[in-house]
Structures are given as structure tokens and as C-alpha cells.
Design a binder for this molecule. Structure first.
Ligand code: FES
Length: 561
């Protein structure tokens, strides 16, 4: 008795391979699988439904559609669960658990008997986690995303999570709308299944997965509730079966060239700052690293072409109808590596040789008629961030690009929430708000970099200020915000040395962020810096011991190749 594929792969160790296969088949029969199907190749389906993940509400029908495709192509589908990360349901922050999900995915793909795998995710951290796991497991894999929500309506205006969540919350804080209206808005922001309706982190990562070549062409932007989303899932099932006889491994798909293409599209999308951390982590699993200088070169060469919130006006449903990722790739064609291959084994050149029926130019602009002439994201360096920081210039206020200001410092998330709205807070519109100890070690790098405008200034009509932290911000947020300052304050980076009243200078033109304090004084202030106490047990202890800085993707050091 022997079988090298499907249920015959990776037998349980009993010291008797024939016994292990006989026992496995016997137990598989208890699931009601016929003898004929037991002998077929197996495609695993990593599914992530959860009562704590609204963005994955359609998971059952997506699993059914993928299974349908797998069966139609002659293999046996085997769905299996991994953990699921619902962005707003996790404490202290979903980011802390991305690596746990990546480990779960990698180990279950490797440990269970499957010839290929389809990964279904959607919400912010789930797609990066699945891609990281897939690259490390290096079994033929296809990424399917749940797809974006469609928009709601409020008093004649379209609303979509979560840029409009923040916009209306800002109005509420500023006293422009009352509690009754914010209650109404709460019920109108997230009105269908799917991921956030704008070019936030989930949508950016869906697009990146397609550009990397890990998702099927044309699938990133299909709305969650559109029938085409189920067809795409069915096609992914069929394509996964094709991968068994003609394997294309993630290590062949995620390469330096496909990663550079992905960074380029990220710039053209005006995509999420978080995608830099996630793409760095996915690339890192393949041993690929793109330097900050190269990132800035790519950004300076690549215009923002997509007019979507939070940078512009539209929503993901508009992007899909306008032509999606395929339309953006065609505009960037002359800047792309065209010899990259996708999970189907097709080159990008072959994909782009096919015609697109129509492109809505109000949403996806021509290369020579961009939304803005340069890319959405840049890396900053300087005495405040020797290891780098990220700035989303596409979502910032140009008048604040070249400024020097007085620091108003918050030493922790708790300090921020206690004092930001204090009427006695010494803060002026031209000050620079600084948040410390919110990096990977300090607080598991939450989306706290979008510091609220102090209420007393918001009520005077102040809409934006320079804000600096070692935290992240939501991909749906906007403002003149410097993020991911590296090294972070908790491990003694210069950010920890900033005191109230220090002068800080931001220069987008020079791509610098500087603390205007003598180097010797900074060194003296940091001399007695002590890291926060480390958790003693469990995943929190593992996380603290092993997490890398934002510039390295916040992966665990022991998961790198
Ligand atoms: Fe899941 Fe925004 S909360 S994508």
C-alpha cells in the first residue's frame, strides 16, 4: 500500500508507513468520503471564519465555491481552520497576532496532507499572515480575498468604512454634528459583508497579492457581495488543482522583481502605510529586502494614479468597475518587471498583452495625467529616526511638508488618552504632537499614530497637525503623520529622548525628520533609558523576545529564512 499524493503525504509517525496510511484512510472514511475521492490529490482550503471577524462573513460561500472548483478539476477539497484576525475585535491590537496567524498557517499547511492550498483571508492582517505562511511553507498556494464592502448612504452622501468613520468622528469631536447624528452614522458605515470599502490596508494587500502573482488576475477588487467574487473563488479552486501537476511555488512567485512591482503599485494606489510593513515581512520570508533608498526611488518615479479614499474620492466598488489592478498595471507597464510569473505560471507580460475592455479615467488616471506626480508613501530618515520612518505624503497637508515646530510629548498611549483633550494642555496649532512607546516592543505597534487633534484645537477648526510616533496608523486614515519611527522609543531610540518644547523639523523635500537637539544631549537623556518590563509567559513573552522593528516588517526573527 503506498500513495505519494493527497492523503498519502506526510504520514503520521507510527514507525509503520503502511499502517499510518491505512489508519488515515479509515478515519477519513468516517467523514463520509468515498474510496474513489480518497485516492485523489488533495487541495487544502485555509479558511478563516470567525464570530469576531465581520470582514469574513462570506467565508462559508467562498469555501463552497473554492471546493466546487477543486472538485470540478478532479481533486478533493479539504477545508481547515486557522485563527482569524478581525481588526477591531482584538486587544491590544491585531498586529500582535499577525505572526501567530502566519505560524498557524505555515505549520498547518506543512503538517497536513495536501498537494496545494487555497488561502482565504481579507481583513487587514489575515492576507499578510497567510502570504507569510505560504511563502515559508513553499507549497503551491493561491490567495483568495473576501473582497471589499460596498458603500452605505447617509443624507444623500455615500459612506464607506473606514475613512468616513474617522471623518465623521472628527466632526463629532469638533462639535459639527451631535450625538444623534453620530449614532445614525454608526449604523450606515459598514453595511455589507467584506473588508473596508476604501483603499485601506485590506484592499491594498489584496491588490499587492495580485501584483505579487499570488492571487488570480483581476480578482483583488471584486466586491465581497458580487457574484464574480464566487466565480473567482471557483476559478482559484481549479487553478490550485492545475498547480499539482505543474507546480509553481511561492518562492518562484515572490521574488525581488515581483516585490518591487508590488511596491510600485502600492505607490500608484496611494495605498496603506501598513502595506510597507506587511510587504517587507512577506518579502523577508523569501529572503528579499528592498532598501528605504530604493523605496524612495520607486516612490519618486511612480505617480498616484488611483483616486480613492483615503487619498482621493472614490471607493473600492468604483475601482473594481473602473478596471481594477489590471488597469493600473497597464499604466505602469514601462516601469514594471514584466518577466515575473504568477501562480498560473504566466508572465506579467502575457497578462498585459490581453486587452482591457474599458477604464474609467475618473478613478484610474493615465500615467501622464496623475492624481499626484509622485508616489503616495516615502521613507524619512534623520536624527529622530536613524532606522527610518514612513510618511504618507498623498494623505498629508502640503502646507505642512516643510515645517519646524515645538514638540508636545505624550509618553504612552495611556498618557495620550488622559491628556489630549485636557483644556489646560499647552498646545498650539503649529506644534508637533509626539507619541512615544507605541512601537513593536512598547505596545505591539497599534494603529495609534493618527493622534487626535486636541479637542480645544479641533473646536477652533484645526484639521491637521504634524504628528510623529513609532506606532502605525490605519490604512483608512489621513493627515500629516510620521509613522513607524525606528528604532522605537521602548528600545531606546532617539524618539525616547524627545521632551516637551524641543524643536523638531520635518522636510518632505529632503525626506528627513530631525530632532533639533545636540547629539550629546540626546545621548545623555537616553543614558538611563530602560525598556519596559517583558511579559513572563505565553505568546506575549514570545512576541516581545522575537519581534523585529517596523523597518524589518515586525516579523519574528526566528521565522526568517
Ligand atoms: Fe477588516 Fe477594515 S476592519 S478590513
Amino acid at each position: 500500500m503506498s500513495q505519494k499524493h493527497g492523503f498519502g503525504r506526510g504520514l503520521t509517525n507510527y514507525g509503520d508507513a503502511d499502517f499510518a496510511l491505512y489508519l488515515r484512510r479509515s478515519f477519513a472514511r468516517s467523514m463520509g468520503i468515498s474510496n474513489e475521492l480518497l485516492g485523489k490529490p488533495v487541495v487544502g482550503i485555509a479558511m478563516t471564519p470567525s464570530g469576531f471577524n465581520n470582514c469574513h462573513r462570506t467565508m462559508p460561500e467562498l469555501v463552497e465555491a473554492v471546493s466546487r472548483g477543486i472538485l470540478a478539476a478532479g481533486a478533493l477539497p479539504r477545508p481547515f481552520p486557522t485563527i482569524s484576525l478581525g481588526e477591531v475585535f482584538l486587544n491590544p491590537t491585531s498586529m500582535m497576532f499577525r505572526n501567530l496567524m502566519a505560524m498557524d498557517t505555515e505549520e498547518m499547511v506543512r503538517a497536513q496532507p495536501m498537494d496545494a492550498v487555497v488561502l482565504i483571508g481579507g481583513c487587514d492582517k489575515t492576507v499578510p499572515a497567510q502570504l507569510m505562511g505560504a511563502v515559508s511553507a513553499n507549497l503551491p498556494a493561491i490567495q483568495v480575498v473576501t473582497g471589499p464592502m460596498t458603500t452605505g448612504r447617509h443624507r444623500g452622501e455615500r459612506l464607506g468604512a473606514c475613512t468616513d468613520c474617522r471623518r465623521f468622528w472628527g466632526k463629532f469631536r469638533g462639535g459639527e454634528i451631535d450625538v444623534d447624528e453620530i449614532d445614525l452614522v454608526e449604523g450606515r458605515l459598514s453595511v455589507t459583508a467584506g473588508t473596508c470599502a476604501v483603499m485601506g490596508t485590506a484592499s491594498t494587500m489584496a491588490c499587492i497579492s495580485e501584483v505579487l502573482g499570488m492571487s488570480l488576475p483581476g480578482t483583488a477588487a471584486i466586491p465581497a457581495v458580487h457574484a464574480a467574487r464566487l466565480v473567482a473563488a471557483e476559478e482559484a479552486g481549479k487553478a490550485a488543482v492545475a498547480l499539482i501537476s505543474r507546480p509553481v511555488l511561492p518562492s518562484q512567485v515572490v521574488t525581488e522583481k515581483s516585490v518591487e512591482n508590488s511596491f510600485r503599485v502600492l505607490m500608484a494606489l496611494g495605498g496603506s502605510t501598513n502595506a510597507i510593513i506587511h510587504l517587507t515581512a512577506v518579502a523577508g520570508r523569501a529572503g528579499v529586502r528592498v532598501s528605504m533608498d530604493r523605496l524612495n526611488e520607486i516612490s519618486d518615479e511612480t505617480p498616484v494614479l488611483v483616486d480613492l479614499k483615503p487619498v482621493g474620492e472614490g471607493y473600492m466598488e468604483d475601482f473594481y468597475a473602473a478596471g481594477g489592478v489590471g488597469a493600473v498595471l497597464r499604466e505602469l507597464r514601462h516601469l514594471l518587471h514584466l518577466d515575473t510569473i504568477n501562480v498560473e505560471g504566466r508572465t506579467l507580460e502575457e497578462r498585459l498583452a490581453e486587452p482591457l475592455d474599458w477604464i474609467d479615467r475618473s478613478v484610474i488616471r493615465r500615467f501622464d495625467d496623475p492624481v499626484s506626480a509622485v508616489g503616495g508613501l516615502i521613507a524619512l530618515k534623520g536624527s529622530l529616526a536613524p532606522g527610518g520612518a514612513i510618511f504618507k505624503r498623498a494623505a498629508a497637508t502640503p502646507e505642512l511638508f516643510e515645517v519646524e515646530g515645538r514638540a508636545v510629548v505624550f509618553t504612552s498611549l495611556e498618557d495620550l488618552s488622559q491628556r489630549i483633550d485636557d483644556p489646560d494642555l499647552d498646545v498650539h496649532p503649529n506644534d508637533i504632537l509626539v507619541l512615544q512607546n507605541a512601537g513593536p516592543h512598547g505596545a505591539a505597534i497599534p494603529e495609534a499614530g493618527y493622534l487626535p487633534i486636541p479637542k480645544k484645537l479641533a473646536r477652533q477648526g484645526v484639521k491637521d497637525m504634524v504628528r510623529i510616533s513609532d506606532a502605525r496608523m490605519s490604512g483608512t486614515a489621513f493627515g500629516t503623520i510620521v509613522l513607524h519611527v525606528t528604532p522605537e522609543a521602548a528600545i531606546g531610540g532617539p524618539l525616547a529622548a524627545v521632551r516637551n518644547g524641543d524643536r523638531i523639523r520635518l522636510s518632505v523635500a529632503e525626506k528627513r525628520i530631525d530632532l533639533l537637539v545636540d547629539a550629546a544631549e540626546i545621548e545623555m537623556r537616553l543614558a538611563d533609558h530602560a525598556p519596559p518590563p517583558a511579559p513572563k509567559r505565553g505568546y506575549a513573552a514570545l512576541y516581545r523576545r522575537s519581534v523585529t522593528q517596523a523597518s524589518d516588517g515586525c516579523d519574528f526573527d526566528f521565522l526568517l529564512p
